[in-house]
Write a protein that binds this ligand. Structure first.
Ligand code: HGY
Ligand code: MN
Ligand code: MN
Length: 415
């Protein structure tokens, strides 16, 4: 059964995305990081929309907002769906958000019709997936499953605010961040709606995609320590320039990733400690993000990259160290759920295209507790994402709502 008004649903969904994007840490662009005032305001707005759609709403220990729409019988297992409401810095306003707004629109449609399903529906607005504030990727989906590394409590953000201080300021108890975890036995499955963040659907003129697998990845913070010195007096042959060494290392990441298909490598952040124009950099830190759909390919690339770092450091007389902030293995999506999603996309009147995801998603964590699948929505503007130019059409958002509504109704728990 298709929601009453696909076009209306698409229009409403994008209007809500625009409204939510006003809750930003910056007046100049859209950035919403974990537990900032803008993040808390967005959480309150999402909770209000969930209540309007007939859901009971709770907030978990990490600040994720969870709406539950009961099934035919109270306490039924839940088909869980959702995505994240934090963002990267100066990002796009649909990344994560559509995976919250589309399911809310579908539940609102069930609620309007007074319809109940054999399973409950739980919509989860994950509080922190990007990890932009404390370098904590998938913090919220891991916390939902009861997983949290207490070493993070002392980590500081760019302004020097401690992780646990930020929690207390937001009215959350650091000791309870991963308390009351979701019970895997109560989860029927997980489906995540997300923009593709790539050019494939756009290039083929397709509105929706069914994800086959999600690329695995690791992220490290690398620190290079040389010798600070006077830019005017230290002869070139006597320098241990941390930034020049780091620059060679950044180039090594790019050339190793370019050397093999199916591999990507990115340095997204580089900071010079106490950087000053007339000082030879003494200490530099930078991030290394390496991904592949095949874990063995990624692991070999990581070994080569860190071996190159050691060789560059030895030749330049600097020290290099690395801290791994994130690691997630490539995640296949459930074949059963892919087929059901494909049926639902077809029922909504869209062609079916299966494709892998190069971007990481909370579904990779939820796969540790239940079977997962993902629905992609076409990205406009050349498929760009993590960029303010990110865009989606009302028609595609409406089609996604139609397909998800179909999926909610067709879904039956695995035998
Ligand atoms: O980095 C990613 O793939 C996701 O946007 N967090
Ligand atoms: Mn993202
Ligand atoms: Mn995302």
């Amino acid at each position: 059964m298709i929601p009453t008004d696909i076009d209306g649903a698409g229009r409403d969904i994008l209007a809500r995305a625009q409204a939510l994007a006003r809750h930003s840490d910056s007046p100049d662009h859209y950035t919403r990081t974990w537990l900032t005032p803008a993040h808390r305001a967005a959480a309150a707005q999402i909770a209000a929309w969930m209540r309007e759609a007939g859901m009971d709403v709770r907030t978990d220990g990490a600040g994720s907002v969870i709406g539950r729409y009961e099934g035919e019988s109270p306490g039924a297992k839940a088909l869980v769906t959702g995505s994240h409401y934090d963002s990267v810095r100066n990002g796009g306003k649909y990344d994560g958000i559509l995976g919250i707004l589309v399911p809310i629109a579908c539940v609102a449609d069930l609620h309007r019709r007074g319809e109940r399903l054999p399973h409950a529906i739980e919509v989860v607005a994950f509080a922190d997936e990007e990890g932009a504030r404390f370098q904590t990727s998938f913090l919220a989906s891991r916390a939902l499953l009861g997983k949290f590394d207490a070493a993070l409590l002392g980590r500081r953000d760019a302004a020097g605010v401690r992780f646990d201080e930020a929690m207390r300021e937001a009215g959350l108890d650091p000791a309870a961040i991963a308390a009351n975890p979701a019970d895997p036995a109560r989860l029927a499955a997980y489906v995540e709606v997300h923009i593709e963040q790539g050019p494939v659907l756009l290039g083929e003129g397709l509105p929706l995609g069914v994800v086959t697998a999600i690329a695995g990845g690791t992220r490290h913070l690398v620190t290079v320590t040389g010798a600070a010195g006077h830019a005017g007096t230290v002869p070139m042959a006597m320098r241990h320039d941390a930034l020049a060494a780091a620059a060679e290392m950044v180039a090594a990441v790019e050339s190793r990733a370019k050397s093999q298909a199916g591999l990507v490598g990115t340095v997204g952040l580089l900071e010079v400690k106490d950087g000053t124009g007339n000082v030879i950099p003494g200490e530099v830190s930078f991030t290394v993000d390496i991904r592949s759909g095949e874990d063995a390919l990624r692991e070999a690339a990581e070994r080569d990259v860190f071996a190159a770092f050691d060789a560059i450091a030895a030749r330049r007389g600097v020290a290099v160290s690395a801290r791994r902030n994130h690691a997630v293995r490539a995640t296949p999506c459930s074949p059963r759920l892919q087929d059901l999603l494909a049926e639902s996309v077809a029922a909504a009147g869209a062609p079916v295209r299966r494709l892998p995801s190069g971007a990481g998603h909370d579904a990779m964590v939820m796969a540790e507790a239940t079977e997962v699948c993902m629905l992609f929505i076409r990205c406009g503007a050349g498929g760009v994402s993590h960029n303010p130019a990110e865009t989606v059409t009302e028609a595609d958002a409406g089609l996604a709502a139609a397909a998800v509504g179909e999926f909610f109704r067709r879904f039956r728990q695995a035998a």
